[in-house]
Design a protein around this ligand. Structure first.
Ligand code: SF4
Ligand code: ZN
Ligand code: ZN
Length: 338
């Protein structure tokens, strides 16, 4: 990536925006990456930018100038907004909120300081500890760097500036860096691992049993479906949309073992807030929700136990709804029950 659109440069040791300097060589600026003399191109036809005097553009000028500008903007403002942190559950990819977005206080901003075997773009010292900020200008963080960051264990945010307009003003860049969160993502945060561990502790592995064309999970703890009195769930139809589907393990080796799901249904834990509520209350809340769903399905003429249609039947005490899947499903309902 050439730096023909460099809009920040160094003047007398300070970072300056193209709008703050005189045109041409009078700008008295140098390239922050290679140190060469720059010319401020501020004509009418082109987007204002700095160019190397030798006309030989260096590789890291634009990137380095943005890092410098970012450092200065954050250091000046002493606060930066960080995005919400989510845990993605590997079962159905559901995102569980760990922490909402927030504004943190910054006491120090350190540029490109080596930590073990990586050189973070920016290291922030904040009221919630150290945070690495990686600025994505031309290259996203690669997996190798992600692994190294995880090893040193410092929470890391990537700020995507790759789609910035090339003639972005300093004010607009401030807004992007300090207040926007859509362009920021947590690359690493140890709280994700801690939260996943909490889910693991309340979950059970259950085999997925293939029966003909269907895949079932027997003894579904929330009794999603009932077959001859035995609760079960249909893996694709029920578990995928279920709040308690935590993980999935594919059996790659042994023929005789099934794939498995990790299910937190027994403890009714679907979010991190659930951990703060006693199990009894969680069960109660779930039962209420389930009752509502049950009447909604009955209203639609669907059996809440097996998903087959309901039929009006005639009994000793008048009309009632029965499942068309009888005798396998023995669900019945009459309006007197309600
Ligand atoms: S993930 Fe949900 S539907 Fe599937 S077995 Fe667990 S509780 Fe039942
Ligand atoms: Zn240069
Ligand atoms: Zn039924």
């Amino acid at each position: 990536m050439k730096n023909q659109n460099m809009i920040y440069a160094i003047k007398n040791g300070e970072i300056v925006h193209i709008s703050e300097v005189e045109s041409g060589l009078k700008c008295e600026c140098r390239c922050p990456a290679c140190g060469e003399t720059l010319i401020a191109r501020k004509g009418k036809k082109v987007i204002h930018h700095f160019a190397h005097k030798s006309t030989e553009e260096c590789e890291y000028g634009y990137q380095t100038s943005l890092h410098l500008a970012a450092k200065e903007i954050i250091a000046e403002n002493k606060q930066i907004s960080v995005p919400a942190l989510f845990l993605t559950l590997p079962g159905n990819g559901r995102e569980v909120l760990i922490e909402d977005e927030k504004v943190i206080n910054v006491s120090d901003v350190i540029l490109e300081k080596k930590i073990n075997d990586i050189v973070p773009d920016i290291l922030l010292v904040t009221d919630i500890g150290q945070i690495i900020v990686e600025i994505y200008v031309t290259h996203e963080i690669d997996n190798e760097k992600k692994r190294k960051i995880k090893r040193i264990g410092i929470p890391t945010i990537e700020i995507d500036l790759s789609k910035l307009e090339r003639n972005i003003t300093k004010e607009a860049l401030c807004k992007e860096l300090l207040f926007e969160n859509d362009n920021k993502s947590w690359i690493y945060n140890g709280k994700r691992e801690i939260s996943y561990k909490k889910f693991l502790d309340v979950s059970d592995w259950k085999p997925i049993i293939v029966r003909g064309y269907a895949s079932h999970v027997d003894y579904c703890p929330i009794k999603r479906r009932v077959w001859k009195g035995k609760p079960y769930a249909n893996f694709l139809d029920d578990c995928y949309g279920c709040d308690y589907f935590v993980g999935y393990k594919r059996n790659r080796n042994k023929e005789d073992e099934q794939d498995q799901i990790l299910c937190s249904g027994k403890n009714r834990v679907g979010s991190l807030e659930d951990f703060d509520v006693p199990l009894e209350n969680r069960l109660q809340a779930y039962n209420m929700k389930r009752e509502e769903e049950k009447y909604e399905l009955i209203g639609q003429g669907i059996c809440p136990q097996c998903g087959y249609d309901l039929k009006i039947r005639q009994g000793k005490f008048g009309e009632f709804f029965g499942c068309s899947n009888y005798p396998h499903c023995q669900f019945t309902f009459s309006y007197d029950e309600k």
